[in-house]
Design a protein around this ligand. Structure first.
Ligand SMILES: *C1O[C@H](CO)[C@@H](O)[C@H](O)[C@H]1NC(C)=O
Ligand SMILES: *[C@@H]1O[C@H](CO)[C@@H](O)[C@H](O)[C@H]1NC(C)=O
Ligand SMILES: *[C@@H]1O[C@H](CO)[C@@H](O)[C@H](O)[C@H]1NC(C)=O
Ligand SMILES: *[C@@H]1O[C@H](CO)[C@@H](O)[C@H](O)[C@H]1NC(C)=O
Ligand SMILES: *[C@@H]1O[C@H](CO)[C@@H](O)[C@H](O)[C@H]1NC(C)=O
Ligand SMILES: *[C@@H]1O[C@H](CO)[C@@H](O)[C@H](O)[C@H]1NC(C)=O
Length: 431
């Protein structure tokens, strides 16, 4: 009796060991060591299986949690085959049937399917499926995402910051819940990915740090996204007037090759726009008065362009502005005191006007220069240290091409100022 029991145990142990060694099918909860046969590539490639006595065919009973996951398995495996570099070895975890391991195995370093995150879709509350893919920092290389992200019908987010993906962005219009696309710091090139334009539900679009070039289609600026990051590419052409229809709170087009003026339509974004960065392009034209109408602006950065003209007094209405960077342009005239007043009456912390052609600063601005809130180095301000050579300033000011209007109108109530920018009688513009 005891002998028979011992023999039965021995058989079980042998069977278990056999399974682990040979990679016969078992649920990974029962046999956590991932077996090679799970790395299923649609073939019965592992000849070793036969010697072990496993059954290569019919295939093992793939125990997916549901049909949604069963359908995604071949999509992931096919994409895995296209990956040409994987410095962190994440694709080695894309094996077995537990696509939603992260859902149950939160934060564990041994999680299967690293980068895939599951949730219950709104229209199928009991059916767990892949809701987001986050490959941030994985350094993966693949020539295309087509046939991959577009094959996850319930996908809401795709984050792929710092990989080496390239090729076309697939049509994602069939993804009903999709709202965040982050392809930043990859190897994308060519024209703007038109596939994103029809994505009405998109809230976050991040294409920065790629090698895209050419014009940005006008409808992109009319997307209802909350954040639009196009910076550090090779985009060019004019910024379209649809800028005024942007629903974005954060709009960054810095470090591209955009030309032409900042569209006056920007006033129309005043309900939403909070941070806008035009930094380091080749924008020109006069600084639009309408920027002063964008009441909620906290950051306005148009430094490093070829913008000219005086600073409109309307800028004095930017009560929420904390950072105002206009350095490195061809702005001229007097630095308006109403703008400098924002450091006292508003939230202004940093006013960068260096490398322009301003010839004077008002009383309040003097205080800001002293407190280093205002940087006016390399301008044309007499008696100030570190200014441009007088000859350079003289040459700039004799050039008759300075045609930008000075617009004195102040479209808001400012204590001590009339709507035409003059200090009230008796207040001297002071305080
Ligand atoms: C599976 O392996 C057997 C034996 O090596 C072979 O005859 C068969 O063609 C293979 N099937 C596939 C789909 O590769
Ligand atoms: C998973 O881990 C993250 C942080 O690592 C934590 O914020 C989250 O609440 C955890 N979720 C569950 C279900 O434990
Ligand atoms: C992409 O590949 C290039 C060339 O191999 C490499 O220098 C670069 O660091 C990679 N980028 C990322 C984000 O992994
Ligand atoms: C980057 O994309 C180019 C094609 O635009 C390709 O030739 C190159 O191999 C890609 N680099 C990496 C590291 O994937
Ligand atoms: C102003 O915004 C609305 C709503 O976004 C848009 O329909 C309209 O075309 C915009 N007008 C201009 C001049 O940008
Ligand atoms: C002020 O803004 C300029 C331009 O954006 C930046 O270079 C500088 O570092 C900022 N200064 C401080 C003190 O934050």
């Amino acid at each position: 009796m005891a002998g028979a029991a011992a023999a039965a145990v021995a058989v079980l142990v042998l069977a278990a060991a056999h399974g682990a060694l040979c990679g016969c099918w078992d649920h990974r909860r029962a046999a956590p060591a991932p077996s090679p046969s799970w790395d299923h590539r649609g073939t019965n490639s592992t000849a070793a299986l036969e010697g072990c006595g496993c059954e290569p065919s019919p295939p093992p009973p793939w125990r997916f949690r549901n049909d949604k996951l069963r359908a995604l398995y071949p999509v992931i495996q096919a994409f895995k085959q296209t990956i040409t570099c994987d410095p962190l070895g994440v694709t080695a975890t894309w094996t077995g049937t537990e696509l939603c391991d992260s859902f149950f195995n939160n934060g564990s370093t041994t999680t299967y399917y690293r980068g895939f995150y599951c949730d219950y879709p709104p229209d199928a509350p009991g059916v767990l499926t892949v809701a987001s893919i986050d490959f941030n920092g994985f350094g993966l290389c693949a020539p295309s995402l087509a046939g991959f992200i577009d094959a996850f019908p319930d996908l809401a987010l795709f984050h792929a910051n710092s990989n080496n993906f390239s090729g076309d962005v697939p049509d994602l219009t069939q993804l009903r819940y999709f709202y965040e696309l982050d392809l930043s710091n990859n190897n994308f090139s060519g024209a703007f990915p038109e596939a994103v334009v029809p994505l009405g539900g998109l809230l976050f679009l991040d294409l920065r740090f790629n090698r895209y070039a050419g014009e940005v289609p006008a409808p992109v600026f009319a997307l209802t996204v909350e954040a639009l990051f196009l910076n550090n590419n090779g985009f060019g052409g004019r910024i379209p007037d649809t800028l005024g229809s942007t629903g974005a709170q954060y709009l960054v087009v810095a470090n591209n090759q955009f030309t032409g003026p900042i569209p006056r339509s920007i006033y129309n974004a005043s309900a939403t726009l909070s941070e806008v960065l035009f930094l380091n392009n080749r924008l020109s034209g006069c600084l639009p008065y309408e920027i002063g109408l964008v009441e909620g602006l906290a950051v306005f950065d148009a430094g490093g362009n070829e913008i000219t003209g005086p600073v409109p007094l309307s800028f004095g209405c930017l009560r929420d502005v904390e950072e105002l960077n206009l350095a490195g342009n061809q702005l001229y005239g007097q630095v308006p005191d109403v703008v400098c007043l924002l450091a006292r009456t508003g939230k202004l912390q940093n006013l960068s006007l260096s490398d322009n052609f301003f010839h004077s600063v008002g009383h309040h601005c003097m205080e800001l220069v002293r407190s280093r809130v205002l940087d006016v180095r390399r301008n044309c301000i007499l008696g100030f240290p570190d200014q441009r050579p007088p000859l350079e300033c003289a040459a700039f000011y004799v050039d008759p091409s300075k045609h930008c209007p000075f617009i004195p109108h102040i479209p808001c109530e400012l204590p001590g100022y009339t709507a035409h920018g003059h200090p009230h009688q008796g207040h001297g513009g002071g305080n």
